[in-house]
Design a protein around this ligand. Sequence first.
Ligand code: URA
Ligand code: SF4
Length: 220
Amino acid sequence: SDGALPFVPARGGIPALRRAAADCRGCALYADATQTVFGAGRARARVMLVGEQPGDQEDKAGEPFVGPAGHLLRKVLGEVGIDEEEVYFTNAVKHFKFAPVTEGRKRRIHKAPNLSELTACRPWLDAEVRRVNPELLVALGATAGKSLLGRSFKVTEARGTLLPLAAGGDLPLDVEGADSDAHRHCLATVHPSAVLRAKDRREAYAGLVSDLRVAAQFLG
Ligand code: URA
Ligand code: SF4
């Protein structure tokens, strides 16, 4: 399957992409989710933050990073001096994937997208990178890291250092745009929801802060 590719419009800015993504059927994830949660934020941002997929609250609101993980992320951005108004937020996968709803649970439990879903949704991320044209992509967690830097990506090995995006792995940006990625950098860190789940939450929080300080320094 071509995944999302047939649904991606050749022309138009982020609003046109968002409208088209609302009707994406590039993989099976649209079927159970409430809606497509497209990227949001500054349309020409120097930094793009890439998460995994929308969570329960994002699925309902139709906006990325509005739930607990987003709250923590915005707090860290403030702490390192990155203005959240200057950032574009998005996810590697645009539909919420969750385990079958069980009786008595208020929140649906998120399930990590698999490689085929990641690949299917990748054309949307490519299109966002083309339109927003960021200097820096921040991969939040392993899923975003795999999408941007290849499937052998490991957060623990790569986190906190600036990497050239063009050196990416086996899920490369489309060939047509490969040259224009030469100037882009990527910085990987943990996912903010991993901080919320961590046994030592203070340590995990400090790690996210220290990684995002590298992004803040890069941006000057
Ligand atoms: N986690 C993500 O990866 N993305 C969101 O938008 C919200 C939570
Ligand atoms: Fe399309 Fe991505 Fe949603 Fe799959 S997850 S239907 S590829 S927008």
